[in-house]
Write a protein that binds this ligand. Structure first.
Ligand SMILES: [Zn+2]
Ligand SMILES: [Zn+2]
Length: 271
């Protein structure tokens, strides 16, 4: 079982990182993809500790739309930060990147430019992308169609219904289901969970955010991705083991096409 999206290098996990990772192992997680904010040196330092304690974990590096303003008027900076991150350790994806019009923490034209630059960067590096999009569907789909040609990836923490899911799938993207799918009122998402093809879905926590039932309101952690797997099993009417087997295979194919060879690459031991 792989938690494909967690912020394990967030400072909130610093005091008890060992216990958090021990609980992840106890829950059956073989790996996790830890999302890093590109250009954040403090988080990069904490990522070294994650890597030391969990050598099988991978990383994604990207400029979140909330942080895009840091790159305003500085073309090339986002790519430079991502390449710096990739030189330090096993980077499996560029992300999380995208558009967020709910908070609008960065001007929209800046969000567009930084998102486009990172899509081009991902293509140049041969990496998939992790998409964060909120209340920005039309522009997100348009930019993926124009700047993201040939780039694989995932809509992380997917929300919404079957129509929206179909649009993302038609672009060739995977969908990642997070704790929201465990919420009783998320009926649109329950439909998506039953609908998404078995080779196109992933599971994640987005921890420390969005804790699933029965832990709502608490600090989330990778071990609790098991609750997402359980809910998907019931929604898809298949055994839990099948959800774990399918989502693990999908994650390895999308993020780590040569998981065995990767262990021996020099950069794998550098972070
Ligand atoms: Zn996100
Ligand atoms: Zn996230």
């Amino acid at each position: 079982m792989i938690d494909t999206h967690c912020h394990l290098a967030d400072e909130i996990f610093e005091p008890d990182l060992d216990a958090v990772i021990a609980r992840a192992h106890a829950a059956g997680l073989t790996s996790a993809m830890c999302i890093l904010a590109a250009g954040d040196e403090a988080e990069a330092t904490r990522a070294v500790r994650v890597r030391e304690r969990w050598p099988e974990a991978g990383f994604a590096v990207g400029v979140h739309p909330h942080q895009a303003h840091q790159c305003a008027g500085r073309p090339g900076l986002a790519e430079a930060w991502i390449r710096q991150g990739a030189a330090r350790g096993p980077v499996w994806a560029v992300g999380e990147i995208g558009l967020d019009y709910h908070y609008d923490f960065s001007p929209r034209d800046v969000q567009h430019a930084v998102f486009a630059e990172q899509l081009q960067c991902a293509r140049a590096m041969g990496l998939p992308v992790v998409i964060h999009t909120r209340e920005a569907d039309e522009d997100t789909f348009a930019l993926l169609a124009s700047e993201g040609r040939g780039v694989a990836g995932v809509f992380h923490c997917f929300t919404g219904g079957v129509d929206r899911a179909r649009r993302a799938l038609d672009l060739g993207f995977h969908l990642s289901l997070a704790g929201i799918v465990t919420f009783p009122k998320a009926t649109d998402l329950h439909e998506v969970a039953a609908f998404v093809p078995e080779d196109r879905f992933l599971i994640e926590t987005d921890s420390p955010y969005l804790a699933p039932v029965p832990h709502r309101g608490k600090r989330n952690e990778p071990a609790w991705v098991a609750h997402v797997a359980d809910r998907l099993a019931s929604l898809r009417h298949i055994p839990r083991a099948a959800v774990i087997e399918q989502t693990t295979r999908n994650a390895l194919q999308l993020f780590s096409p040569q998981p065995l060879a990767r262990v021996d690459t020099p950069r794998a031991s550098m972070l």
